[in-house]
Design a protein around this ligand. Structure first.
Ligand code: CP
Length: 325
């Protein structure tokens, strides 16, 4: 693996998941792998889990991690080729990225979409310009359209939970995974939902349903292979895992259309599931997206899921480091 931008950069998802779980069992087993190597974590947007888990993962591989909140502390970057920089941008990415390439062995980047222009966001200009000019491996910490470290974590968490139930004596079977849209107070990117759909489809170990109100269709290039339903209650029937996430509209880009509060997930709705485990990438708007009773209940995996971010990041960084040796 050279870059980690989407599931397409992964040759063997199952091996990567098992690598993450092996790091969970023995976090320091590869402490020498990243010795005398440095990782740069660049944030153009806020983060808690991604920032901390990736930093911890790097340190557990012996790397030195440097965090740079470039969005709030750095020069305003220009990404367009041949830009006449007479506006607010101070430094072009083609000047900044090669410098980063001299300072670091791996460069990680968080860059959210504008949600103003779909073509621009879906071209992934920002992260692609870093890949083009940095000259070192680039890892997405969430880009304009995808959040691959989150999605790898999600597959790790589902795999771990399935192994736990099998070890507890339940028969091994193909799980039903449901991604459900939830209300929110502001328009959010489609990244987590796109990415989860892309990874679950590539993983291929579940029956996968996506449920959302009409007008919230995601980009088919990510969802193709999933059953799409507009009736949330029908979609939840017999689910083993329910992943809750808001996203804004894709077709009429970046809008909130129907923000029907009845789409909030509650315990009452969960009665038709197979006592499903509930997942959310966090941060979550309590009692808007998900009720307190679910988040604080026994079937919530959200804290385990967030904890697993460390092991997913460690597996990815280790694979990149091995490729550099
Ligand atoms: N899930 C996630 O990416 O969390 P942060 O935005 O806090 O990094």
């Amino acid at each position: 693996m050279n870059n980690f931008i989407s599931v397409k950069d992964v040759t063997d998802i199952h091996a990567l998941v098992q690598s993450a779980l092996a790091y969970k069992a023995d976090p320091y087993k590869d402490l020498a792998l990243g010795a005398r190597k440095r990782i740069g974590l660049l944030f153009l947007n806020p983060s808690m889990r991604t920032r901390l888990s990736t930093q911890i993962a790097a340190q557990q591989l012996g790397m030195e991690a440097v965090v740079f909140n470039v969005g709030s502390e750095g020069w305003a970057l220009e990404f367009e080729e041949e830009a006449i920089m007479s506006g607010n941008t101070v430094e072009h990415v083609k000047d900044a990225a090669p410098v980063m390439g001299r300072y670091f062995d791996i460069l990680c980047l968080r860059t959210f979409p504008s949600l103003k222009n779909r073509e621009d966001d879906y071209s992934e200009l920002y992260i692609n310009q870093f890949i083009k000019y940095a000259g070192i491996p680039v890892v997405s910490l969430e880009s304009a359209t995808l959040h691959p470290l989150q999605s790898l974590t999600d597959i790790v968490t589902i795999t771990e939970e399935l192994a736990r139930t099998t070890a507890a004596g339940q028969p091994k079977r193909r799980p039903k995974v449901v991604l459900t849209w939830a209300p929110h107070v502001k328009p959010l990117p489609q990244c987590v939902a796109n990415s989860f759909a892309q990874w679950v489809n590539a993983w291929g170990q579940s029956d996968f349903t996506i449920t959302h109100p009409e007008d919230y269709e995601l980009d088919e290039s990510f969802t193709k292979g999933a059953a799409i339903m507009h009736d949330q209650q029908a979609a939840l029937k017999d689910a083993d895992f329910v992943y809750v996430k808001n996203w804004s509209t894709f077709a009429d880009y970046g809008k909130i259309y129907n923000n029907d509060p009845s789409w909030m997930l509650t315990n009452e709705k969960m009665l038709v599931t197979n006592s499903a485990k509930v997942m959310h990438c966090l941060p979550v708007r309590r009692n808007v997206e998900l009720s307190d009773e679910i988040l604080d209940g026994a079937n919530s995996l959200v804290t385990t899921q967030a904890g697993n971010r460390v092991w997913a990041a460690q597996a990815v960084l280790a694979e990149i480091l091995r490729g550099k040796r």
